[in-house]
Design a protein around this ligand. Structure first.
Ligand code: COI
Length: 355
C-alpha cells in the first residue's frame, strides 16, 4: 500500500444547517483524496488535500476524448452515530472493470479504500444525521495526457470527493413518471454501456432534456439495435414485479451492472420472492401493465436507492403501474435495504464495512 499524506484545510466551510434541503450533489466537503498514475511508474503521491479545483492542461485527454470513469457509493450514519459503507469493495471492483474496458490502469484498490476510510474519518461531521440522508462518495478517474492524438493516456488522476445528500429525485420516494425513449439509444452491445464511463451519461443528456420538457423525470432506455428490449433508466436499473416475482432485464453488455440492482435481487430472494433476470420486451411489459399482471415497477441505484415508477409513457400513450402509488414490494425492499445501510436491520449478507 502507498503511504498517504494529509494536508489539512485551514479554511473549512460551514456545514449545511438544514438537512432537508441538501438535494443531490451540489455541496462538497473540505477535503478530497487524490492519487497520480504515470505509465512506467504506476500509482504515486496518494494524498488527502483541501477540496479545490485541479489545474489541467487544456489539451488533457479527458477534456477531448472523454476517457473518464466514476463510481457512486454512500457513507451512512447509524443511530448510534457510527459510520458505515455498503459494499465498497464491489464498487472498486466494478471501477476496475470499467477501467479495463476504457483502456485505463487498474486501481490500487488497497490504497484507495484506505484513503477513502481516512478521508471519511476526517470528514465524519459532514455525514448528515436525518433519515434518508447520507454522504455520497464519488471516486473518479480521468486521463491527463496533454496530447491531442487519439490514444489511451499515459497519465491519470484518481480522486474521491464527498457530498452530503438527500433524495436524488426531488419527490423522494414518491413514484415518478418515466418516458420510454424510442428515438435515441444510450448504448450498444460491444460498446461501453456496461461501464460507468462519463461518456454514457453524456449520450443520455439530450434525451433527458427532451423528456424533462415534456414533464418526465427520466427516460427508460431500450436496446440499441431493435429498440424493443428494456435496458435501464440511466441513473438507475429498472425492476418489475409480477405478484410474487421480481424481474429485471438480463445484463446484456450495454446495461450497467448495478450494485443496488444486485443487492435488491439477493434481498428479494432472501425475502421469499421468485427472482429472474430476463430479456424484457417493452410491448409485453406495457401489455402486462394494462392487464394488471405487472403490479409494480421501481428503479434501483446508489443515488436513487429504490424509486417507484408511477407511469411509463410510450409513443404518446400513458401506462399507469398498479394504482400509481408505492407498491408493497418496493416498500419492503426499500425498508430492508436502507435498514441494512443505516444499521437498523442485521447485515446477514456481509455487505457492511464500518468506517
Ligand atoms: C449512482 O447511483 O451513484 C449513480 O452514479 C447514478 C447517477 C447519479 C449518475
Amino acid at each position: 500500500m502507498l503511504s498517504i499524506n494529509t494536508q489539512l484545510n485551514t479554511a473549512p466551510k460551514a456545514k449545511p444547517q438544514d438537512e432537508s434541503k441538501l438535494g443531490f450533489g451540489s455541496i462538497f466537503t473540505d477535503h478530497m483524496f487524490v492519487c497520480d498514475y504515470t505509465e512506467g511508474k504506476g500509482w504515486h503521491d496518494a494524498r488527502i488535500v483541501p477540496y479545490g479545483p485541479f489545474q489541467l492542461d487544456p489539451s488533457s485527454a479527458v477534456l477531448h476524448y472523454s476517457q473518464t470513469i466514476f463510481e457512486g457509493m454512500k457513507c451512512y450514519r447509524r443511530k448510534d452515530g457510527e459510520l458505515q459503507l455498503f459494499r465498497p469493495k464491489d464498487n472498486f471492483a466494478r471501477m476496475n472493470r470499467s477501467a479495463q474496458r476504457m483502456g485505463m490502469p487498474q486501481l490500487d484498490t488497497e490504497t484507495f479504500l484506505e484513503g477513502l476510510l481516512r478521508l471519511l474519518r476526517l470528514e465524519k461531521d459532514w455525514v448528515p444525521h436525518t433519515p434518508g440522508t447520507s454522504l455520497y462518495i464519488r471516486p473518479t478517474l480521468i486521463a491527463t495526457d496533454a496530447k491531442l492524438g487519439v490514444h489511451a493516456s499515459h497519465k491519470y488522476l484518481f480522486y474521491i470527493i464527498l457530498s452530503p445528500v438527500g433524495a436524488y429525485y426531488p419527490g423522494g420516494l414518491a413514484p415518478n413518471d418515466i418516458y420510454v425513449e424510442d428515438e435515441y439509444v444510450r448504448a450498444v452491445r460491444g460498446g461501453i454501456g456496461e461501464t460507468k464511463a462519463g461518456a454514457n451519461y453524456a449520450a443520455s443528456l439530450l434525451a433527458g432534456m427532451h423528456a424533462e420538457k415534456k414533464g418526465f423525470v427520466q427516460v427508460l432506455w431500450l436496446d440499441g439495435v431493435e429498440q424493443r428490449y428494456i435496458e435501464e433508466v440511466g441513473s438507475m436499473n429498472i425492476l418489475f414485479v409480477y405478484g410474487n416475482k421480481v424481474v429485471t432485464p438480463k445484463l446484456s453488455g450495454s446495461i450497467l451492472p448495478g450494485i443496488t440492482r444486485d443487492s435488491v435481487l439477493k434481498l428479494a430472494k432472501h425475502l421469499g420472492y421468485e427472482v429472474a433476470e430476463e430479456r424484457m420486451d417493452i410491448h409485453e411489459v406495457l401489455e402486462d401493465i394494462q392487464s394488471g399482471k405487472l403490479t409494480e415497477s421501481f428503479g434501483s441505484g446508489t443515488a436513487a436507492v429504490i424509486s417507484p415508477v408511477k407511469t411509463f409513457s410510450y409513443k404518446d400513450k400513458v401506462y399507469q403501474v398498479g394504482n400509481g402509488g408505492i407498491g408493497p414490494v418496493a416498500q419492503q425492499l426499500y425498508d430492508t435495504l436502507t435498514g441494512i445501510q443505516y444499521g437498523t436491520v442485521e447485515d446477514t449478507l456481509g455487505w457492511i464495512t464500518s468506517v
